[in-house]
Unconditional design. Structure first.
Length: 123
């Protein structure tokens, strides 16, 4: 059985080759924000969304998924909202997340939901 280290090295090598096929050298790879939210206060979360969506759009982000449309195929994962947002590149995603006008909204979101938020680079 291959070790985790060997598997990780093989996966990294395969992805690097795949990325070269899909991302031309003259442009940045897209980045994706994946948000998993277990909403505890619908009204407060809706208020958060009215403020955050325009910020995401100003940083080049666009929603790729319909909120609440996910289906659990296996496991015990139980969020009631999962979204994927595409950004032109990781710098744009980070510019949104670390923007001074977004920082106060983090506490608002956390008061309305339990979250897992992930940034991942695309191909």
């Amino acid at each position: 059985m291959p070790s985790a280290r060997n598997f990780g090295a093989a996966l990294a090598k395969a992805v690097k080759g795949t990325a070269a096929k899909f991302t031309p050298p003259d442009r940045q790879a897209p980045a994706y924000y994946i948000g998993e939210h277990e909403i505890t206060d619908e009204a407060a979360f809706a208020d958060y969304l009215t403020q955050v969506i325009p910020m995401i759009e100003r940083h080049g982000g666009r929603y790729l998924t319909k909120p609440g449309s996910h289906e659990i195929l296996e496991g015990h994962w139980r969020p009631n909202r999962v979204v994927i947002v595409a950004f032109p590149d990781m710098a744009s995603l980070r510019a949104w997340y670390y923007a001074p006008d977004y920082q106060p909204l983090i506490a608002k979101r956390q008061a309305a939901a339990r979250d897992v938020m992930i940034a991942i680079e695309g191909l």
